[in-house]
Design a protein around this ligand. Structure first.
Ligand code: AMP
Ligand code: ZN
Length: 140
């Protein structure tokens, strides 16, 4: 896609600091470095978000994640690592070329939060079962 920043990075039209590349995927440091070693992993073909992502592309992308995460662990020696993917503006997506964030975690506070509040103290199991049937129907 011509106006996509990540397609331009893949094409070498704008600079990036690459950490891994093969025929199908590219991993490079996120410019914002939310935590030290913050890395993005992207498919080379343009797909906007998880809803558009073909299964084969997802399989190839995720297959590379353990080795990239392990290389980040060896290099930066974090105490943990989050894998994050935002889909849609309401979920915080700002670049509309599918990507995974690999966020090495240290004992820092305040740089990155992934905490949420429990909305339902008492789960509505009957309501959830009805939704489960709808999801299962949609998957079949
Ligand atoms: P998201 O908000 O999940 O869509 O994440 C997009 C990410 O892309 C942000 O964390 C940005 O810092 C990062 N980003 C945007 N432009 C560049 C760039 N030219 N090189 C590296 N990372 C970038
Ligand atoms: Zn793109």
């Amino acid at each position: 896609m011509t106006d996509c920043i990540f397609c331009k990075i893949i094409a070498g039209e704008i600079p990036s600091v690459k950490v891994y590349e093969d025929n199908d995927i590219l991993a490079f440091f996120d410019i914002s470095q939310v935590t030290k070693g913050h890395t993005l992993v992207i498919p080379k073909h343009h797909h906007e978000n998880v809803f558009e992502l073909p299964e084969g592309v997802a399989a190839t992308l995720f297959a590379a994640v353990p080795k990239i995460a392990t290389a980040l662990q060896t290099t930066f020696e974090p105490t943990g690592l989050n894998i994050l993917n935002n889909n849609g503006e309401s979920a915080g997506q700002s670049v509309f070329h599918y990507h995974l964030h690999l966020l090495p975690r240290y004992e820092e506070t305040g740089l990155y939060g992934s905490l949420w509040n429990e909305a339902q103290a008492t789960p509505d199991l009957e309501g959830l079962k009805k939704y489960a049937l709808k999801v299962a129907h949609s998957l079949s």
